[in-house]
Design a protein around this ligand. Structure first.
Ligand SMILES: Nc1ncnc2c1ncn2[C@@H]1O[C@H](COP(=O)(O)OP(=O)(O)OP(=O)(O)O)[C@@H](O)[C@H]1O
Ligand SMILES: [Mg+2]
Length: 209
């Protein structure tokens, strides 16, 4: 779509093809194409803005605490949810976020990837889980999980992942980033369960941080 709009604009620059452009203009093609293209650009910019907001939030939380060796994750998670609710809430769907026991402090090396993973997974739940639904629940927990491990679980009671979805073969940016952050940055494990709604669980060893 964006390509089409650009093509028409290029034709406009070529005097030999002015007639085509005028026709296109008369038919409203340029306007329509630009409109569609702009919607696409806006969507991409808005996704980027939301990712940048999440990073800004992580950093503002770091400076607020004043102690870079232990970032209190509770405040961050609550603020992230407030931010995402503002961006994604739609009048047709009542989404209730529930934050369970986010009671851990993390060093900056873990807080940043955990924050970015939470942003991607929560954004997905807001965006994809409750299409055509009147209500939905999103649950978050972050804390000690087994000995020396930290677990982050984000689940929703929505429509579930598309049939046959394989996170290892996913070409979209969001879940690929989640996988890389969980397995490479945190040196942890990523589990997905989409039997009933969708649940993502990331677990990593605190000692490795
Ligand atoms: N919580 C969820 N409930 C239902 N479907 C989901 C959920 N999370 C992800 N999906 C599905 O998995 C797909 C891949 O997610 P992913 O985050 O990688 O991409 P995206 O959200 O479409 O785009 P982006 O790269 O901007 O994040 C989504 O397009 C959606 O179909
Ligand atoms: Mg996504």
């Amino acid at each position: 779509m964006i390509g089409e709009a650009i093509e028409i604009l290029l034709v406009e620059d070529n005097p030999g093809d002015v007639r085509l452009t005028q026709e296109a203009l008369r038919d409203g093609k340029v306007h329509n194409n630009l409109h569609v293209a702009w919607d696409g650009v806006e969507a991409i910019l808005s996704e980027s803005r939301n990712r940048i907001n999440a990073m800004a939030l992580i950093h503002s939380q770091l400076y607020e605490g004043g102690d870079l060796s232990a970032i209190i994750m509770k405040g961050f998670m609550n603020n992230l949810l407030v931010q995402l609710l503002q961006v994604h809430s739609v009048p047709e769907t009542k989404i209730s976020p529930v934050v369970h026991a986010v009671d851990c402090s993390l060093p900056i090396s873990a807080a940043v990837p955990v924050g970015l993973i939470a942003n991607e997974l929560l954004t997905n739940a807001f965006k994809h889980a409750f299409a055509n639904r009147k209500e939905g629940k999103i649950e978050v927990s972050l804390g000690a999980s087994g000995k020396g491990n930290i677990g982050l679980t984000i689940s929703d009671d929505g429509v579930g992942l598309p049939e046959g979805f394989d996170i290892n073969a996913s070409k979209t940016l969001g879940l690929r980033v989640v996988k890389i952050l969980a397995e490479e940055q945190l040196d942890g494990k990523l589990e997905v369960d989409s039997d009933k709604g969708t649940t993502f669980k990331v677990e990593f060893e605190m000692a490795k941080r």
